[in-house]
Design a protein around this ligand. Structure first.
Ligand SMILES: Nc1ncnc2c1ncn2[C@@H]1O[C@H](COP(=O)(O)OP(=O)(O)O)[C@@H](O)[C@H]1O
Ligand SMILES: [Mg+2]
Length: 251
């Protein structure tokens, strides 16, 4: 059984930064190999991890759509899709990355989707840890046939609007009947401990606050220069904060 961690939040809140630091944390603890899934249409987890996938699942869907019949050499459809997914898997030492891409069009992707889902879920079982970087609508999580998530981290920036959005994501999780074992809120890019209206809004989400990740100039610098965030030093503000949070909740 793999341990499935999902990171969610509004765009720009720091999901990918948190996901990358989470992956760095797991690697440091020897919890490997990890399957990283970028399920945000605005995909940038690969850059944060320093891994470049050749293709996305969305591209693969539209491509297989066009050529489901006939397949090369009379290959079974299922075999072909498995083979293509394998090609979409960007492999690096201890971390493999799948990028969902998209958004999916309105066309009928039902057939490849079912096969894709089946194969992707089988892929998950090859890894003891799966880390999924999601968009706010949880589109891909809601499409899975299995609905279990061991740990959900909702990331928000330190604004009332951001925290309200995190609260809505928490409600959405119940709405789409995801079986989430544990869920937490993380306030990212914080410049102070949350207090006053912000603290009240945090309490209203119903999500326990796992901790805050400070605004770290090193993240800005790495992003500015296109350096992978996993290469941030272990004593950087962001790495220390994420380590402290995860030591606590994954103990
Ligand atoms: N802890 C942090 N300190 C400083 N900047 C951050 C931090 N977390 C995220 N950022 C910046 O905020 C922006 C959005 O972060 P990102 O992780 O890509 O968000 P998301 O994946 O939610 O869209 C990026 O420019 C990133 O550099
Ligand atoms: Mg992102």
């Amino acid at each position: 059984m793999s341990y499935h961690i999902a990171v969610a939040g509004k765009g720009g809140t720091g999901k990918t930064t948190f996901s990358a630091m989470l992956i760095k944390y797991l690697l440091n603890k020897g919890r490997r190999p990890i399957l990283a899934v970028d399920a945000d249409p605005n995909a940038n987890l690969g850059e944060a991890l320093g891994v470049e996938p050749e293709t996305t699942i969305a591209d693969l869907i539209s491509e297989t759509q066009d050529r489901l019949e006939p397949l090369p050499g009379g290959m079974a459809k299922e075999t072909y899709i498995e083979y293509r997914i394998q090609a979409a898997l960007a492999e690096s030492k201890d971390v493999d990355l799948l990028v969902m891409g998209g958004p999916e069009g309105a066309g009928c992707y039902c057939y490849p989707n079912n096969l894709l889902r089946k194969y992707m879920e089988r892929l998950h079982t090859n890894y003891p840890y799966v880390v999924m970087d999601n968009e706010a609508g949880l589109e891909h999580l809601s499409r899975r046939t299995t609905n279990d998530v061991d740990l959900l981290i909702v990331v928000s920036d330190p604004t009332v609007r951001g925290v309200r959005s995190a609260g809505r994501i928490n409600e959405l999780v119940d709405g789409i009947k995801l079986d989430v074992k544990r869920r937490f809120l993380v306030i990212s890019k914080a410049t102070a401990e949350p207090e006053g209206t912000l603290a009240e809004e945090i309490a209203r989400t119903g999500l326990p606050l796992a901790g805050i990740v400070p605004l770290d100039p090193a993240v800005t610098e790495y992003d500015f220069n296109g350096r992978p965030l996993v290469e941030l030093p272990g004593d950087s503000l962001v790495a220390r904060a994420v380590t402290e949070i995860l030591d606590r909740i994954l103990a």
